[in-house]
Write a protein that binds this ligand. Structure first.
Ligand code: AMP
Ligand code: ZN
Length: 505
């Protein structure tokens, strides 16, 4: 795929396990097997969660852009996740079911659907496989049975993993079993504070909606076990990349790693995890958090920040995707409505630019062809942009550095428009902003509280234009004031030629 002049940038990614940037070297040449910890479907996901899926999708798209055959798995946790990441609290699903007076299965089905709609709005590609935890319970019991004797012990409350039985426990979190004390609430009889349940028995006298028979009693699998079993079932151990939000670096993923060592029969001695494959994945990647100073993200508050709220306020979901891409995935990103409005303006400009190119394009040759074809055939003025884009995303997904190349490509002078479109389509393969199909009209999302339709506004504005043409400024002002009263700001001379916008609240 490379020639002497244009060597594609080797993909380099940050590995949380080593805390270093490493060259991506897949286990099977040409293939990339990726597992993403998915949602616990007891409630809506907030836009912070969405950042995790935009990140995983951008990684997947980048792998495809670089020519790897991607096999991506995202799981749906519909049982086993407790209200605290440690071994304490109730099962989130059971608790939601009790609170809402509905069946846990119905709740799971509803929020799974809502989640899938949200990520589709964000142009997150569906994975090759969705794994639903309750579909894998018998495999979870088999895996727990296989490691029970050598790595686990039983307590009345269930089967516990003995973290002292594997080398380098907690390496990912940079903790050891000794300093795990403060993170994890005590369960009577646990040998070490960091030990965790891989099977949790239903307390005597209680019945759960989601419970199964097991060699240790009737109960449900532990959340950490679910991911180890589903990733192995669908991708095989070891696989290439495991992703999740940075909170998972502390407890969930160290516990998955400990189980993966046991499941693979590789407990090892100190230093065993120097060989990353013993952990179950070559690379562990984590997105940093979306921070919300207004604290609307918490799931307990009524008006919490989910994608639907952004849409209700008139923001296109892809403006949120662009907001995410404007920050590097390993940096914190602060959410604010102003930042979102800025991202929407940038997206509008990009879409306007592409619409302008499409209007001038002659052929329909702008479906993105392969990278090597582009490198060999693009107009010489565009090739450096392709090289810079490739270098930026290959450098641990530096999307903030890659994005301005879209604007540069659009503005480049004396280059055939078809070729520009072709390049933008190639960039968008990795970025997922739908730039070739979005229209300005799509970006004009109608806020939920709007008291007027776009058609009515356009009609009023036409009346106003006619009044001004006849120099009837009194009528023109009257029409504008009436629009303002209905929440419409008239934007004469807007640089984006947007003409009007709805103002809410
Ligand atoms: P959960 O449903 O709580 O398991 O979370 C789903 C995903 O969202 C996980 O990968 C979390 O690590 C991630 N996540 C949770 N909160 C945030 C946040 N504020 N910003 C970014 N990612 C988050
Ligand atoms: Zn997981």
């Amino acid at each position: 795929m490379s020639d002497d002049q244009h060597i594609p940038a080797p993909l380099r990614l940050f590995n949380s396990l080593t805390r270093m940037i490493e060259a991506f070297a897949p286990i099977e040449p040409g293939e990339a097997r990726v597992y993403t910890c998915g949602p616990t479907v007891y409630n809506y996901q907030h836009i912070g969660n969405m950042r995790a899926y935009v990140f995983a999708d951008t990684l997947g798209r980048t792998l495809s852009f670089k020519g790897y055959a991607l096999r991506h798995v995202i799981n749906i946790t519909d049982v086993g996740h407790l209200t605290s990441d440690a071994d304490a609290g109730d099962d989130k699903m059971e608790k939601a079911a009790a609170a809402k007076g509905q069946s846990a299965w119905d709740i799971a089905a509803f929020y799974t659907q809502e989640f899938k709609r949200d990520i589709a709005w964000l142009n997150v590609r569906a994975p090759a496989r969705w794994t639903v935890a309750t579909d894998y319970v018998s495999q979870m019991i088999d895996a727990a049975t296989a490691i029970a004797v050598d790595y686990c012990y039983e307590l009345p409350s269930g089967l516990y993993f003995d973290t002292s039985k594997v080398a380098d426990y907690g390496r990912l979190a940079r903790t050891t079993t000794d300093d795990g004390e403060s993170r994890i609430e005590a369960v009577e009889g646990k040998r070490h504070a960091a030990d965790f349940a891989i099977w949790r028995n239903t307390p005597p006298g209680e019945t759960r909606q989601m419970e199964w028979d097991s060699p240790w009693g009737r109960g449900a699998p532990g959340w950490h076990l679910e991911c180890s079993v589903m990733s192995r079932a669908e991708l095989g151990l070891p696989f290439d990349i495991h992703t999740g939000g940075i909170d998972h670096r502390e407890i969930h993923h160290p516990n998955e790693i400990a189980q993966n060592q046991a499941i693979q029969g590789l407990p090892g001695v100190h230093g065993a995890l120097d060989c990353a494959e013993h952990s179950g994945a070559r690379l562990w990647m984590h997105n940093n958090f979306l921070i919300d100073r207004g604290s609307k993200m918490s799931k307990s508050s009524g008006d919490f920040l989910r994608l639907q709220l952004l849409v209700d306020r008139g923001y296109h979901p892809l403006a949120y995707r662009l907001l995410c891409l404007q920050a590097h995935y390993r940096s914190e990103l602060e959410f604010s409505w102003d930042n979102l409005a800025g991202a929407l303006t940038r997206l509008k400009r990009l879409v306007m630019g592409v619409e302008g190119l499409k209007a001038r394009a002659e052929g329909v040759t702008w479906q993105s062809p392969r990278l090597d074809y582009l490198r060999a055939n693009l107009h010489p003025k565009l090739v450096p942009l392709l090289e810079q884009f490739d270098a930026a995303i290959a450098d641990d997904l530096m999307t903030p550095r890659a994005l301005p190349l879209l604007e540069e490509a659009t503005a480049m002078k004396k280059v055939p428009v078809d070729e520009k479109l072709c390049l933008i389509a190639a960039f968008d393969q990795a970025l997922g902003l739908n730039l070739l199909t979005l229209s300005r009209a799509d970006l004009r999302v109608q806020p939920k509280d709007a008291q007027i339709t776009p058609e009515e506004i356009e009609a009023e504005l036409e009346r106003r234009t006619a009044a001004r043409a006849e120099k009837d400024f009194a009528l023109s002002d009257e029409i504008r004031d009436a629009l303002i009263a209905r929440g419409v700001e008239v934007m004469d001379g807007d640089p984006l030629r947007w003409d009007w916008r709805l103002t809410l609240g």
